[in-house]
Design a binder for this molecule. Structure first.
Ligand code: FO1
Length: 313
């Protein structure tokens, strides 16, 4: 039995988890998911990363975007547009039901982790998916044009502003959600998913105690590089690495994780960086294909990562 805890953002993490639950029993997997991207939109609480993970694993995700639900229409949003908005956030008609459900139950006083567990159960999933915290935590992006919440920066302003720094509003007082600490301590392997280190992983680790907890478990932590050949597979990771003064490469990512992970999973394309990463960071580098193009590729990456973390590679 191999119990695995995964620090997860959105699309990249969701694809990794989709492979993972096919190589270990789903009930042995805990996904600890970023909520820094959450947004209150038109009175609704939206948790994009939780939904992306849930929809992907339930095979309901829109394959073109990697978020939202497959086959949904946008009639409500179009009507909202006719009424004068707010219409800048693309909420599909079926996805809307999730946000109505979540907002309703949060409004009844239930914590986000409980509502998430209910949604996950109703999606027929056996893995444990939890927000990293039930408390309010929001990624704020400081740019040339001022400070914006993450979705404001990323969707409304189309990520055009130059990023100086990030701040995680609420982090100082946020507490880990139930079972997060146990999952990290009791798992055999902790995986830092191929997610954006600044926008997905840092907010998770900003919850007091979690960075130290992961670092103290370093010998069982494997990080998968989200950067391949100097480019992010999806999203603004490469731009942000650059504008915040980091190397836009797997080496840049490895430097960010050197205190947290003993194993670094590097794509074949970047094999030439392996010896520099090993000598600079002290991590053990494992080279394998990391592009998750189909189910087989996702499974191979998950299996390879576990093997590497279990000192078995
Ligand atoms: N991403 C966009 O680029 N445009 C959107 O209008 C948009 C809407 C949206 C609605 C629900 C949801 O769960 C995700 C959505 N995303 C959208 C993705 C979202 O911004 C993610 O947080 C990022 O992709 C980063 O993980």
């Amino acid at each position: 039995m191999t119990r695995v805890a995964v620090l997860a953002g959105g699309v990249g993490a969701a694809r990794f988890l989709d492979g993972l639950v096919r190589v270990v029993p789903p009930a042995d997997v805990t996904a600890i998911v970023n909520v820094g991207d959450d947004i209150e939109w038109a009175g609704l609480h939206i948790s994009p990363d939780l939904d992306t993970v849930m929809y992907t694993l339930a095979d309901m995700v829109n394959p073109e975007t990697g978020w939202g639900l497959r086959g949904e229409s946008r009639r409500t949003l179009d009507r909202l547009s006719e009424l004068g908005g707010p219409d800048w956030f693309m909420i599909g008609d079926l996805d809307l039901a999730t946000h109505l459900f979540r907002t309703h139950w949060l409004g009844q006083g239930n914590p986000l982790s409980t509502v998430t567990r209910d949604l996950v159960k109703r999606a027929g999933l056996e893995l444990f998916i939890t927000p990293v915290t039930d408390d309010r935590l929001r990624t704020m992006v400081d740019t040339d044009a001022g400070e914006f919440s993450f979705q404001d920066y990323f969707v409304r302003r189309r990520a055009v502003d130059r990023v100086h720094s990030l701040r995680f509003d609420g982090a100082e007082t946020a507490r880990p959600a139930p079972y997060v600490v146990e999952a990290l301590n009791e798992s055999d392997v902790i995986v830092i998913a191929p997610s954006n280190p600044f926008l997905s992983i840092d907010p998770l680790l900003s919850v007091p105690g979690l960075r130290e907890l992961v670092a103290s478990n370093r010998s069982k932590v494997a990080a998968v590089s989200p950067i391949i050949g100097g480019e992010a597979v999806k999203g603004p990771a490469a731009d942000i690495l650059q504008s915040m003064g980091h190397d836009v490469s797997a080496l840049g990512v490895a430097r960010l994780y050197e205190d947290l992970a003993e194993v670094f999973v590097l794509d074949e394309t970047d094999a030439a960086l392996a010896s520099t990463i090993e000598s600079e960071t002290g991590m053990r580098v494992h080279i394998m294909p990391t592009l998750m193009t189909d189910v087989e590729a996702k499974m191979a990456l998950a299996a390879g990562t576990l093997k590497a973390a279990l000192h078995d590679g």
